[in-house]
Design a protein around this ligand. Structure first.
Ligand SMILES: [Zn+2]
Length: 391
């Protein structure tokens, strides 16, 4: 028996990018009750579903809604407050100072969620510093992995930091669309002890790694801008010795990876790091944030190599304070320019790559039968929702 016409929606377009398979010229997508029930060329779909279809503008394409795999929504209220471009260390020092002094919950939560939806985003990986983002995302319909960030620059505070983090995370229930996780911030702000404490109870984390040249310098020599900043804010541990190896080596040598780890940035990769990355390929994903990296003078990640070596590659804006906005089309353009990705490759990272990285790929990230109808129309310049969380 054929489903009733009124519950079906049929969209036709010049081109459809399922992302999980080759683009379809003159294609059609059929949805029912928010789920994709068919996709194919228009002729076949019209034979199978002889109902009126809404045609998308002649030259436009249908694409899956975006997955922004790395955001810091709690920082976004301070967008524009710290000058960019500038070097990573002065930027993070000023940004954290403003956040610590001025963050309060008395802002307009709808601003954050609205800008996600306006940017065509149906899922995010968000770093939470104070437990505010799960509150605003809870009812939003946006799918989210929330990573409650831990750092203990002063080793004396480690136990308290951990307990604090644990109680913060436990305040938020998980649902179908939203889950809460712990995540260490990064290797130069989080002690080995806290990394290990977190890893004892967490299986899915998303730390920043190999972001700035200053991070590599600090790991290798114990010197440079990070050391100076730590001296200024009284967080240089007396017992800390530089391991003298790259951030990636240090991370894996200490078993800091969880069962599944979404590593954010991964710009400062050395030739000798690839072997260890290959060994861990099936337990890590990589989130590249090209706009943020450019604005903080961090350089260009080896995006091409990650893709050619078949890593799970996602894209993210990072916080709007360094990434300018939550605009994933801008990130796609940067990935094409900086990494030499084709449009299709960049789109795949911004959708299915992100969904895999966040373990949402059973529901979203591509236009496939059985997945949610999170669909955008793209005319080459801008996007609009057809169906899904932003409609
Ligand atoms: Zn970040």
């Amino acid at each position: 028996m054929k489903p009733a016409a009124k519950t079906l929606k049929i969209y036709t377009a010049k081109k459809i990018y399922p992302v999980s398979s080759e683009p379809i010229e003159n294609g059609a997508v059929v949805t029912k009750n928010g789920k994709i029930v068919a996709i194919g060329i228009q002729k076949e779909i019209k034979e199978r579903f002889p109902y009126p279809a809404s045609s998308i503008e002649r030259r436009a394409s249908i694409i899956p809604a975006f997955v922004n795999a790395h955001t810091h929504l709690e920082l976004d209220q301070f967008v524009g407050r710290v000058k960019i471009p500038q070097d990573f260390v002065p930027w993070i020092e000023e940004a954290s100072m403003i956040f610590q002094k001025e963050f309060h919950e008395n802002l307009h939560p709808e601003i954050n969620v609205d800008s996600l939806k306006k940017a065509g985003i149906c899922a995010i990986g968000d770093i939470s510093s104070v437990g505010f983002s799960p509150k605003i995302l809870n009812e939003s319909g946006v799918s989210a992995r929330i990573f409650h960030e831990g750092l203990d620059v002063l080793s004396a505070n480690t136990e308290a930091t951990f307990l604090n983090l644990k109680s913060r995370k436990n305040r938020f229930p998980n649902s179908d669309r939203l889950s809460n996780h712990f995540s260490p911030h990064t290797i130069w702000t989080t002690t080995e002890f806290l990394f290990k404490k977190i890893n004892e109870i967490e299986r899915f984390s998303s730390p920043h790694l190999a972001e700035s040249p200053a991070e590599t310098e600090f790991l290798k020599t114990g010197k440079g801008n990070i050391r100076q900043m730590k001296i200024r804010n009284n967080s240089l541990r007396k017992d800390w010795q530089p391991p003298g190896i790259s951030p990636v080596r240090y991370f894996f040598r200490n078993n800091f990876a969880t069962d599944w780890t979404l590593l954010v940035h991964m710009v400062q990769i050395e030739d000798s790091d690839w072997e260890i990355l290959e060994q861990n390929k099936n337990k890590i994903a990589v989130c590249l944030c090209p706009i943020s990296n450019k604005n903080l003078n961090c350089g260009i990640a080896p995006g091409r190599e990650f893709l050619d070596r078949d890593f799970t590659v996602a894209l993210g804006t990072d916080s709007a304070m360094s990434g300018e906005s939550l605009d994933m089309l801008a990130v796609i353009n940067s990935a094409m320019g900086d990494y030499g990705f084709s449009f299709e490759e960049a789109l795949k990272c911004a959708t299915l790559g992100g969904a895999k990285a966040l373990k949402f790929d059973d529901k979203i990230g591509s236009i496939e039968v059985g997945k949610e109808a999170q669909l955008l129309v793209f005319d080459g310049k801008k996007i609009e929702w057809i169906e899904g969380v932003g409609k």
